[in-house]
Design a protein around this ligand. Structure first.
Ligand SMILES: Cc1ncc(COP(=O)(O)O)c(C=O)c1O
Length: 337
C-alpha cells in the first residue's frame, strides 16, 4: 500500500535507464498541456502575506466553473487522498466501492487504504447493482481511455445513489476542452456528490498545485477541516485567478490543443493502423506491442505513457516542434512496429 504508483513525467528515471540526458527528451508521458498559461510576475506582497482568497479570486473561480459552492485545494490529488476518510467518518457503515477498471489509479489507491476489496467496473453500475451506502467513482473523460459519459447518464446514477444514501465522485480533471453539455454542475442538489476540477491539465500548470472540489457546503467544510485553510499558496492563488479570468487565452488554448490533438490522432492512426481514442489533452490506443513501442520510442528520447495494464499507450499532445520530432522518428520506426 505504501508503494508509490507510477505516473507520467518521471524523466530522470528514464534518463538514467536509457542514458539520454533529461533535457534531450520529448516528454509526452503526461496529459498536461504543452502550452502553459504565461506566468505573470508575482508581487512581493503576495509572497510575504498569508494566502488570501480575495473577492476577485472568488469571482474568477465562480465564473469559470459556473458554480458557487467550491473549495480550492492543492491539486485534486489532495482531495482524492482524504476523501475515503471523510466518507467513512460521515457514513460510519460498510460501503461497496465501484471504481473504473482502467483509470487514474490514485482513486483506487486511496480507497484501498480503508478497504481491501473494491469493485472494478468496465461499465457503470446499474440501479440494481447499487447497495446501501455504496460509492461510485467516475472519471469523465476517463484518463487514459478518453471515454466520455453524457450528463444524463451521470444524473441518473446520482439519483440512483441518492436512494441508497451513496456517494458519487466525478473526476473532471480532463474536462475543460469538452462540450459544456457534459459538465456536471448539480453538485448542490445532492447530499453526497463530489466533482473534482484541476488546473494542472488544461492550463498546463500541474506544478502550481491548484484544483477545486465542487460540492455542497457541508462536504466543502469537511474537506476544509482536513486540508486546512492555507492549503493553496498565495502565489498559486494569484496566478490561478489570472488564468481563470483570461477568456481569450482559454479560447486560443482550446483551439491549438484541438488542432495539435487532431494532427496527433492522424499520425498515430497512420503509423499504428489502429483506433485512437482520447481527449484534446492526450490520445491513447491499445496495442499488443505497447511495451515494445514504448521501449523503441524511449531509445529515441521520446517518453510516452505505458499504461498500467501494459496494453495501451497514451501520448500527450506535442507542440509543433515535438510533433515534427515524433513524426520523423515514428516514420523511420514504422517498419519495426
Ligand atoms: C484523472 C485524474 N484526476 C486527478 C489527477 C490529479 O491531478 P492534480 O492533483 O494535479 O489536480 C490526475 C493526475 O494525473 C488525473 O489524471
Amino acid at each position: 500500500l505504501n508503494e508509490r504508483l507510477s505516473h507520467g513525467g518521471e524523466l530522470e528515471k528514464f534518463s538514467n535507464q536509457y542514458g539520454i540526458a533529461v533535457d534531450q527528451w520529448l516528454d509526452l508521458s503526461t496529459g498536461i498541456s504543452p502550452y502553459c498559461y504565461p506566468i505573470p510576475s508575482v508581487p512581493i506582497r503576495i509572497w510575504q502575506r498569508l494566502p488570501e482568497q480575495t473577492d476577485a479570486f472568488r469571482q474568477a473561480v465562480t465564473d469559470y466553473y459556473k458554480i458557487s459552492n467550491w473549495l480550492a485545494c492543492s491539486g485534486t490529488q489532495s482531495a482524492i487522498q482524504v476523501l475515503p476518510k471523510l466518507w467513512f467518518n460521515k457514513c460510519n457503515k460498510p460501503s461497496q466501492i465501484w471504481l473504473p477498471r482502467v483509470g487514474y489509479k490514485e482513486h483506487e489507491h486511496a480507497w484501498r487504504s480503508y478497504l481491501n476489496s473494491v469493485i472494478q467496473y468496465e461499465n457503470l453500475p446499474e440501479a440494481n447493482d447499487l447497495t446501501q451506502n455504496c460509492v461510485v467513482v467516475v472519471i469523465n473523460p476517463n484518463n487514459p481511455t478518453g471515454q466520455v459519459y453524457q450528463k444524463q447518464v451521470l444524473l441518473n446514477l446520482a439519483n440512483n445513489l441518492k436512494e441508497k444514501n451513496g456517494l458519487l465522485v466525478i473526476d473532471e480533471a480532463f474536462i475543460d476542452c469538452e462540450q459544456e453539455e457534459i459538465f456536471f454542475k448539480q453538485a448542490d442538489d445532492f447530499t453526497n456528490l463530489i466533482i473534482l476540477r484541476s488546473m494542472g491539465k488544461f492550463f498546463g500548470l500541474a506544478g502550481l498545485r491548484v484544483g477545486f472540489v465542487l460540492s455542497n457546503q457541508e462536504w466543502l467544510s469537511d474537506f476544509e477541516n482536513v486540508l486546512g485553510i492555507w492549503s493553496v499558496t498565495g502565489p498559486s492563488l494569484y496566478i490561478a485567478e489570472r488564468a481563470l479570468k483570461d477568456v481569450e487565452w482559454q479560447k486560443m488554448q482550446k483551439q491549438r490543443l484541438f488542432e495539435q490533438g487532431n494532427k496527433l490522432t492522424l499520425l498515430l492512426k497512420d503509423i499504428f493502423d489502429t483506433n485512437v481514442n482520447g481527449t484534446s489533452l492526450f490520445k491513447s490506443f491499445k496495442s499488443k506491442c505497447a511495451v515494445d513501442i514504448h521501449h523503441q520510442l524511449c531509445k529515441h528520447g521520446v517518453l510516452v505513457r505505458l499504461c498500467d495494464e501494459k496494453d495501451r499507450l497514451r501520448f500527450g499532445i506535442p507542440d509543433n516542434a515535438g510533433f515534427e520530432r515524433i513524426s520523423s522518428i515514428m516514420s523511420k520506426l514504422k517498419q519495426s512496429f
